[in-house]
Design a protein around this ligand. Sequence first.
Ligand code: ADP
Length: 252
Amino acid sequence: DQGRPKAPVPTDRPAHVKRVLAVASGKGGVGKSTVSVNLAAALAARGLSVGVLDADVYGPSLPTMLGISGQPAYEDGAMVPHVAHGLKAMSVGLLTKAEDAMIWRGPMASQAINQMLTQTRWGTEEQPLDVLVVDLPPGTGDVQLTLIQKTPLDGAVIVSTPQEVALADARRAHALFAKVDVPTLGLIENMSGEVFGTGGVQAEAGRLGAPYLGDLPLDGALRRAGDAGRPLVAVDPQHPASERFHHIAAQV
Ligand code: ADP
């Protein structure tokens, strides 16, 4: 499409949303979506009104993790988010076939995400949304850069597992946010324990001068709850893994 004028991507803030928080990871499969939904549920448990936007064009998992399906309803020209476990939710997986979204490049992905941001009724004048948690696509390439440039983010949380190969990607994710002046609110170590190690993310946060928010052990209950569409924090708020999320939510 060389020569054709490019339509500017709108970067408007979503209406009636007080804070937009990104959850990012340098790598796929490290638990970014698990953290997104459980952190959202933990923020809701603190009395905040919370939404989750699944922007992971490579593998939208929010519909599975929150147990929602079907296109959102339209009302007065806006999309009405599903509500699950007290969270308002919108996913690229509800609007597009996964195979289509996978091959999107940066501008296409950011346009779709911008639409979900600005054309979803997240809040109203009387009842604004306190926090919108955005589950970003994993990685630190062009798609991610375009996305975070075009999305009005107030801060980012980076999820990593403790091994060196994952840390290198977390480092790149941190650098990407720094490049566009989005503050890193902190790093989270997921799948902490014997299998992948312990302490790597905290050490990395120290090297980066970024806050360290805590660790989450590899825990079957977390996985089962996610697969069942019932975030652990929402269905078992006293579970030890849920307690970790409450601790993290208190810091962001
Ligand atoms: P990502 O969004 O980074 O691709 P997911 O959140 O989809 O990762 O997690 C990948 C898989 O690992 C899912 O099946 C999820 O339930 C599981 N998982 C994530 N974190 C944990 C954990 N701390 N303990 C057990 N299973 C986990």
